[in-house]
Design a protein around this ligand. Structure first.
Ligand code: NAD
Ligand code: ZN
Length: 251
């Protein structure tokens, strides 16, 4: 049975701008835990207690230990069919934008180049004093534990937007622009509990985009979305791609 009606297929095919918005759920099939699932706990801490500036100010060694552990999981994980389908879609059309809440680096590893990582990236760190940026693996800072700036010797912190922190303005401006011009917005694997990503999706929809959500659960966005697919991103997204581009099947 088809997932999409001929009308929706036509609207997607003729869309000048398509926007994908992804959250932790798209990476769960790659074995990376979401915060709201079982992996939301590490030792006795909840993610929300560790991913904050207050936790880092009090116990930087604990926060770094948690990030070192999570970075190891991300390094071992591989992009799944959800990430790969988006990357394929982006190569076939220059106007497919991707905004992710994920910090795991799986979208770039799947081949996505046109990408805004609005919550940062777990493989990067920055200096708490001079703001110098580092790539932990490429700059040889991958040893577990506290890490220091090679320029000014101050403590480094993960280059991540923590709970209660503001977004990078430059990235956010681009994200709003992309949401306003989208004709189709796919919202994949996000509980929409964080207000900025949810508002990016709603802005696209209010400006006329069709909203398509892929998530095994319903979310606060579901009521505002035209199509909700209650399943896994790695299964539903390749099916959608085949229906939109039937010519791709024989390739
Ligand atoms: P979230 O709020 O984005 O919720 C995860 C959502 O994914 C849930 O609604 C769940 O129903 C859905 N989901 C689970 N499996 C799915 C699948 N196979 N296909 C489609 N949807 C699926 O994420 P969160 O875990 O509550 O995280 C909150 C914040 O922490 C976000 O910024 C998030 O990006 C970040 N985070 C990132 C990663 C990562 O980089 N992989 C992992 C955990 C948390
Ligand atoms: Zn420094």
């Amino acid at each position: 049975m088809s997932l999409l009606s001929p009308d929706v297929i036509h609207r997607i095919r003729s869309a000048k701008n398509i926007l994908f918005l992804t959250g932790a759920g798209i990476s769960s099939e790659s074995g990376i835990p979401t915060f709201r699932g079982e992996g939301g706990y590490w030792k006795t801490f909840k993610a929300e207690e560790l991913a904050t500036p207050e936790a880092f100010a009090k116990h930087p060694e604990v926060v770094w230990e948690w990030y070192d552990w999570r970075r190891g999981i991300c390094r071992e994980a591989k992009p799944n069919d959800g990430h790969l389908t988006i990357a394929k879609w982006q190569t076939s059309s220059p106007t497919v934008n991707l905004i992710t809440q994920n910090v795991d680096g799986l979208h770039p590893r799947a081949g996505s180049r046109n990408l805004l990582e609005i919550h940062g990236n777990i493989f990067r760190a920055r200096c708490t004093n001079c703001q110098a940026k580092y790539h932990l693996e490429e700059d040889g800072l991958d040893k577990p534990g506290l890490k220091y700036c090679t320029a000014c010797e101050s403590l480094l912190r993960p280059d991540i937007v923590w709970f209660g922190e503001s977004y990078d303005n430059r990235l956010l401006t681009k994200a709003w622009e992309q949401s306003k011009i989208a004709h189709v917005v796919f919202v994949i694997g996000t509980s929409a509990n964080v207000s900025v990503p949810a508002n990016l999706a709603l802005t696209a929809i209010r400006n006329g985009a069709i909203g398509i959500e892929i998530n095994p659960e319903t979310t606060t966005l579901t009521a505002s979305i035209q199509l909700h697919f209650g399943g896994k991103a790695g299964e539903i997204l390749p099916e959608i791609y085949k229906e939109v581009f039937p010519e791709s099947i024989s390739q």
